[in-house]
Design a protein around this ligand. Structure first.
Ligand code: DOR
Ligand code: ZN
Ligand code: ZN
Length: 396
């Protein structure tokens, strides 16, 4: 397959070129390449498939909220060709048997490629080593049971740790600041990489160091106040300004969706925290590109290249010869409004509902196959595959 006349986006530049795909891989980038099947991408940006390292696909007993099939449809339509699933499912992924069972569920149902995190609880660190998670997830707020400092320290020392950094569920700024400070100081003490999930506060940023990486969500960048219930909560305008500055300067490395669907009635009656983002995350940011608030190269750095690099995901996140042919062709001019009834996610609500969007996903190619075109999904359940990981962790 040949994608002709692309404006190919890397984290540094935009290249005018054709992309030759052979089988599942990118086989050539340049001019005058030949192939039978041709897609003309004239005037369109072509970016790598997004790598979303923070997604709650629910599945198992909470399949009514989302499952790997519905969630991966939302991912595909939203330009996300690789996701990493969080372990706070029901039952949680805190032992190798459940990890295996979750892999089987994802393999059977997902349309796009995936990796899994393993949830850390007291005493299961050795168990995590029997399987190959993208990261070991630690909920310092006790979502998977109380986490003692000793467990946190050991996890940072011995695993690829990704941390929900809040010391409790109060949502108070102090709970995040203290947790971030603790994680950063442990990472520095052991000279080991630790990743901080969804950072939200200006004051948290000061604790980051050369051993830490972190991510931010679209909602913490774009919203403030009470408009959505999420954990950690939305913060103040001063915080969002600081998050944007940190993202632009590289202190924040990744944008991840924290796609956390619940049933609409649960949101109302039980005030559960979490919103679905997979369907619209990319389009929200394309709108910002059109408004010249960010560049398309920055978008690729935050949502494709950095997540693949930091989590050592093989063959993803960049359009380069030899990499998986995961491409998103964008139509930057198409106008729309966020319409939750169009979501592929089972969760049909959003604080972004009604917002004007400029920019759309025109086509998605997943490992060399045209998987999404003109709003239609063209691949079957089970076409997604477990990602491969480079052996070393971020800091060696
Ligand atoms: O908003 C959130 N929802 N934050 C979390 O940390 C958990 C997540 C969920 O699983 O619903
Ligand atoms: Zn979290
Ligand atoms: Zn989460």
């Amino acid at each position: 397959m040949l994608i002709k006349n692309c404006r190919l986006v890397t984290s540094r530049e935009i290249i005018f070129a054709d992309v030759l795909i052979e089988g599942e891989k990118i086989a050539g980038i340049g001019r005058g390449l030949k192939s039978g099947e041709v897609i003309d991408a004239k005037n369109k940006f072509v970016i790598p498939g997004l790598v979303d390292v923070h997604v709650h696909m629910r599945d198992f007993e909470q399949s009514y909220k989302e499952d790997f099939f519905s969630g991966s449809k939302a991912a595909l339509a939203g330009g996300v060709t690789t996701f990493v699933d969080m372990p706070n499912s029901s039952p949680p992924v805190i032992d190798s048997k459940t990890f295996q069972r979750r892999l089987e569920a994802a393999s059977k149902k997902s349309l796009v490629d995936f990796g899994l995190n393993f949830g850390i609880t007291a005493g299961n660190l050795e168990e995590s080593k029997k399987v190959a998670p993208v990261a070991c997830k630690i909920y310092m707020n006790g979502a998977l049971g109380e986490i003692k400092e000793e467990t946190l320290a050991q996890a940072i020392k011995e695993c690829k740790a990704a941390v929900h950094a809040e010391t409790n569920t109060s949502g108070e700024p102090k709970a995040e600041e203290e947790a971030v400070k603790k994680v950063c100081s442990l990472a520095a003490r052991f000279k080991k990489h630790a990743h901080i999930c969804h950072i939200t506060l200006r004051n948290s940023l000061n604790h980051l160091n050369e051993y830490t990486t972190c991510e931010v969500t679209p909602h913490h960048l774009l919203l403030t106040g009470e408009i959505a219930r999420v954990s950690p909560p939305l913060r103040t305008p001063a915080d969002t300004r600081a998050l944007w500055a940190a993202l632009k300067s590289g202190r924040i490395n990744i944008v991840a969706s924290d796609h956390a669907p619940h049933e609409a009635s649960e949101k109302e009656e039980d005030a559960l925290a979490g919103i679905p983002n997979l369907d619209i995350m990319l389009r929200l940011f394309l709108t910002l590109v059109n408004e010249r608030k960010i560049t398309i190269q920055e978008l690729v750095r935050w949502t494709c290249e950095n997540p693949a690099k930091i989590f050592r995901i093989k063959n993803k996140g960049e359009i380069k010869i030899g990499m998986d042919a995961d491409l998103v062709i964008l139509n930057m001019d198409e106008k729309s409004k966020v319409d939750v009834d169009e979501f592929y996610s089972k969760a049909k609500y959003s604080p972004f509902e009604g917002q004007t969007i400029v920019g759309a996903v025109d086509r998605v190619i997943l490992r060399g196959k045209l998987a999404f075109e003109d709003g239609d999904i063209l691949v079957e359940r089970g076409s997604g595959r477990l990602i491969s990981l480079h052996p070393q962790s971020f800091c060696g």
